[in-house]
Design a protein around this ligand. Structure first.
Ligand code: B16
Ligand code: MG
Length: 218
């Protein structure tokens, strides 16, 4: 194992609830109800694709021009950015800081493979930016998760092969992306939703350098 590629939302920190609240507020303005079950489909999905899913839910895709859709996505992002302004190291999920330190000490390369264009800003707020050797820019990708491109790009940027990487995710779309890239996936969350992963744990606390090495060696 030469590198570990991390998802952000749901793995390094829990921004999912902020995304949910920001989409819910936009949905309320549009008369579209977004509940927790529907929100599950938006996890790991890009801003543009999330908006498309929300509009399609009530058959409203055709009611908006591309420029209007862009304005709606920007509106959601402005609300989201306000919500994450106060984030700090206190918002790092359990066990993550130790994991990053342990992997670094072993000389393992670390990459961020998040669909979020706010990723670099959030890493900065969490004080985790220096751990990362590379950050994939999701704006430069042709296709988002579940397509493998984001994880393949991460490996490329680190100059390692996909077989030398482990990918860590909390979303089904993300696990599919890791698997399709030809990497081993370790997932955090529900065993049924994430059953496509090589290993599923219930909490980020269970993510250790030893566990990742063992899954990689399988
Ligand atoms: P932004 P991840 C994803 O992060 C979120 O899970 C998803 O809900 C969000 O729409 C997406 O990032 C894009 O985020 O609007 O900040 O560009 O799980 O891939 O780290
Ligand atoms: Mg995620």
């Amino acid at each position: 194992m030469k590198a570990v590629l991390f998802d952000l939302d749901g793995i390094l920190t829990d921004t999912a609830n902020y995304h949910y609240q920001a989409w819910k507020a936009l949905g309320a303005e549009l008369g579209i109800e977004i509940d927790e079950a529907f929100n599950e489909q938006l996890k790991g999905v890009s801003r543009t694709d999330s908006l498309a899913l929300i509009l399609a839910k009530d058959g409203l895709e055709e009611n908006f021009s591309n420029a209007e859709k862009e304005a709606l996505a920007t509106k959601k992002n402005d609300v989201y950015k306000k919500m994450i302004e106060q984030m700090s190291a206190a918002d790092i999920l359990p066990g993550i800081k130790t994991l990053l330190s342990d992997l670094k000490a072993k000389g393992i390369l670390l990459g961020l493979a998040s669909a979020s264009q706010n990723g670099p800003n959030i890493l900065e707020k969490l004080g985790l930016k220096d751990f990362f050797d590379t950050i994939v820019d999701p704006a430069k990708l042709a296709a988002g998760k579940p397509h493998p491109e984001i994880f393949e790009t991460g490996a490329k940027q680190l100059n390692v092969s996909v077989q030398e990487c482990i990918g860590i995710e909390d979303a089904a779309a993300g696990v599919q992306s890791i698997n399709s890239a030809g990497m081993a996936a370790v997932a955090v969350g529900d065993k049924t939703t994430l059953r496509a992963a090589a290993k599923v744990v219930a909490s980020t606390n269970e993510l250790t350098a030893d566990l990742l090495t063992a899954v990689w060696a399988e």
